[in-house]
Design a protein around this ligand. Structure first.
Ligand SMILES: C[S@@+](CC[C@H](N)C(=O)[O-])C[C@H]1O[C@@H](n2cnc3c(N)ncnc32)[C@H](O)[C@@H]1O
Length: 423
């Protein structure tokens, strides 16, 4: 039996259509159609020698492989795992791209957060989205992400909040945008890594007419959402590309959960002009993230999460420092090292510690924890002795266990304190 998730939506006729109930099925049981992206692998090759197609385009789209071209027309109408043969007699297997594969294989202008890291970061937000009729308050779940970059983390965050929203109306079918005219200046991508050797168009050509959708079909729906990801980038070009990345994943399944904005954090917050705190979470993956923390505090709800992703632990330390110096209302939950491998992260100890005069030989407020030994290895024993002598403060910045060299980046997780909460 069909049902409306909320009376409000039912009266607007937004959720009682047949497409609502088994929306997930269409990606697993239906043939590929225009706008889908498809992994193409040589039929008898189980190595990583594969391509991700651009959104399938029945009007002349081509995938160029080492073994000759494949027309998009040959793929449209086929199912996942089917084998096709191109004009040169080479056989290829067609596969559905998973979210991690899609994130890694899509053309990029900036380096995305890797799938394992994005997954971990999304789970650190501890979101438990439920359907609209189960909501216990009118408070929307609004998340701010800066910068949008490739849209990789945006996809994981949009997936995390998806269940809180009513089913969106069908999106306008994908259509290829007219290629932009060549610019006079060189636009050099932040990364040259390009795992998809399709050369027909520059990446931004894949941007569909998303702004039209925002103006018409999606507008009424958007006001009914319980959970929204606001994603913000200073670069209009990055934002536009990320929009196409989110729009073209699985026929835009998560697209309507996301609002794309261009600008800096402070400007964006100023345009919101909200009288009360409204953000349930903030994720910063951008340069000088520490400098944005002061403007965020007033906009964040009590218990809201602040996650900051940085390539180095000292940048996380700068965040710890500014929060301490300006007495900002954030409680540091944890600092995690994100390794390059596919599995979780390692916890780090990051804080400012007062180094006390030893009671006996050498001691600190961390007596017995090995802090002085660690500082000695970092700065040399002479400098450590000076710190101890002057009772200075010093940064504690070390893995909670072991001595491994850090790789892959760090994420700091803070919680916004209640206004009357102590230190
Ligand atoms: C490393 S990328 C983010 C990658 C993204 N998290 C992902 O998963 O795809 C960093 C982005 O921050 C943006 N950026 C730089 N300064 C910014 C600012 N002041 N405000 C907003 N975004 C900014 C850059 O344009 C760039 O797109």
């Amino acid at each position: 039996m069909l049902y409306a998730r909320s009376p409000l939506l039912a009266t607007r006729g937004l959720v009682t259509k047949p497409h609502v109930r088994h929306q997930w099925c269409r990606f697993y049981s239906q043939p590929f159609t225009s706008g889908d992206t498809v992994i193409i692998r040589p039929a008898n090759d189980h190595t990583d020698n594969f391509h991700l197609s651009k959104p399938l385009d029945s009007s002349g789209g081509i995938v160029n492989t080492r073994n000759g071209p494949i027309n998009h027309d040959q793929i449209i109408g086929r199912h996942a795992r089917e084998i096709i043969t191109n004009s040169k007699g080479a056989s290829f297997r067609l596969l559905q791209a998973s979210l991690p594969e899609y994130v890694v294989l899509t053309k990029r202008l900036v380096t995305p957060i890797y799938p394992a890291h994005a997954n971990l970061i999304a789970s650190l937000l501890d979101i438990h989205a439920s359907s609209a009729e189960e909501h216990i308050s009118d408070q929307k779940l609004e998340i701010l992400e800066a910068g949008t970059g490739h849209g990789a983390l945006s996809l994981y965050l949009a997936r995390a909040i998806h269940a809180a929203n009513p089913s969106p109306p069908p999106l306008t079918p994908w259509k290829k945008a007219t290629p932009p005219r060549k610019k006079a200046t060189l636009d050099v991508p932040e990364t040259t890594a390009d795992p998809t050797p399709e050369t027909k168009e520059p990446p931004e050509d894949a941007v569909e007419s998303a702004s039209n959708e925002d103006d018409t079909t999606l507008k009424a729906y958007k006001s009914t959402r319980s959970a929204i990801l606001h994603t913000l980038d200073i670069s209009a070009r990055h934002s536009k590309h990320a929009r196409s990345i989110v729009r073209n994943f699985r026929r835009g399944i998560y697209y309507s959960n996301v609002d794309f904005h261009v600008g800096d954090v402070s400007d964006f917050l100023a345009t919101q002009a909200r009288s009360k705190p409204w953000l349930s979470a903030v994720i910063l993956d951008m340069p000088s993230a520490n400098l944005r923390i002061p403007v965020l505090a007033k906009q964040m709800l009590p218990d809201a999460k602040l996650l900051i992703f940085n390539p180095s632990v000292t940048q996380i330390a700068e965040c710890v420092q500014i929060i301490g110096q300006q007495k900002l209302p954030f409680f540091l939950e944890r600092v995690i090292e994100l390794p390059l491998g596919p599995n979780g992260g390692r916890e780090w100890d990051v804080r400012v510690a007062r180094i006390r005069k030893p009671a006996g030989e050498v001691a600190t407020e961390e007596k017995g924890s090995g802090l002085l030994g660690w500082l000695g290895r970092l700065f040399g024993q002479k400098r450590v002795n000076e710190i101890v002598e002057r009772q200075e403060t010093a940064f504690v910045c070390r893995p909670k266990a072991g001595d491994r060299i850090p790789v892959g980046g760090f994420v700091g997780v803070w919680t916004r304190k209640r206004d009357n909460e102590g230190q």
